[in-house]
Design a protein around this ligand. Sequence first.
Ligand code: FAD
Length: 451
Amino acid sequence: MRVAIVLFTRDLRVHDQPALTEAVRSAEQVVPLFVFDDAVLERFAVPNRAAFLLDCLSDLDAALRDRGAELVIRSGDVVAETMRVAREVGAQCVFVSEDVSAYAQMRERRLRGACEAERLEFRALPGATVVPPGDLAPAGADHYSVFTPYWNRWRAAARRKALEAPRRVALPADVGSSGLPQLADLVQGSPSAELPRGGEAEARLRLDRWARDELQHYGRMHDDLAADATSRLSPFLHFGCLSPLEVVERALAEDGGEPFVRQLAWRDFYAQLLSANPQTSHEDLRSRGGRWRRADEELAAWKEGRTGYPLVDAGMRQLQREGWMHNRARLVTASFLAKHLYLDWRLGAEHFFDLLVDGDLANNVGNWQWVAGTGADTRPNRVFNPILQAKRFDKAGDYVRRHVPELAEVEGACVHEPWKLGLLRPGGYPEPIVDHTEAVTRFRRASQRTS
Ligand code: FAD
């Protein structure tokens, strides 16, 4: 009897899950395994993502039970635990999904080595991205560093077909599982008040509803902050509750799907960038020799949404409240930290990573570096003006009023420049911590010195 182990990581679904499908196809019995990995918990566990992860695991367990198995839970060192389960059940093979961070790549190498040492077959399968990292490369390089040529290749690339969920998964008898822990066993602190619920079932419902009712308006509406017209699928994509390939197939089947699919190509772009440059989780991709300032008070004001720039503060408070922020607000808040305050992008990326339920190393550092001018942006000196951005993307001021209660009574677009009303600190709202023109001049001088 051939027995396989599928080690789930952040591929928490049964539909279009190549590692699971391949295990079911090639073995009579399969152990779906999830290991609470000490190393990951130590470095990355935060309440929002831990709470979402527990939802995802409980939903995956339910989907596997519907198919005759269950999710086996262990904790400890992920490689040691996988090999322990393999010995307990007499497995012949181990399947995982490929992933891109330095840690994930090291985990894959260690697993491969451990399997070789015990003469088990080991296979790493695609599924985390639409196009696997490394599949597309320009002449003379092993990955793309600029998005537009990547997108042109990506949209023309052949895609595998999304896989059906397996109908049955046969689990060997008597595999011990520790069951799911409580949130408090994993992390200290509480999740954001308006955190979404995780899991594949929820993800598929959202995708269906969104593709049917909203996708057609995406191209026109996705930058409108108050309309909140993006898919909000990012945490589900991060934890693999949805296959990005299936999302693309679904979107392309509807009218107006292309602008949305382009965003999914950005996701693949950053995955291949991190996969080829794993050190960029903490190092500049293209160092410009900048000397970031240190200003703890200003950093704290930014984190707490007290900069005196209403759009920046609205974004930062949305992040606190929902564990999520609209992309346009991410761009403006990140640019404000790196360019107006001239503080190190790593401080901002770390704060985002502490709170974002979709916190994803490749997307977070890729976007932060793009905004800070150390990454894949071809216009590193661009500065987002927080007032013009607000007037353009939150025309009536509703996004700001929704997230900054001190300004809830200020009418219309005046909410973006409350100091112009002649009111000193309306509703106790702070004055700007930095003057826009002076800040931009400081940034431009610094970037001239370094470029
Ligand atoms: P939609 O607009 O509906 O887009 C669909 C999907 O496309 C998203 O779910 C996401 O998977 C992908 N996508 C969209 N925009 C981008 C982008 N710019 N880069 C990469 N993928 C994209 N996204 C994360 O998933 N995790 C992060 O940690 C993260 N950090 C970010 C930090 C900064 C400073 C910035 C500017 C952007 C960051 N993003 C991150 C990208 C983007 O803001 C979010 O993916 C998006 O806001 C999620 O909302 P949505 O699912 O409604 O997006």
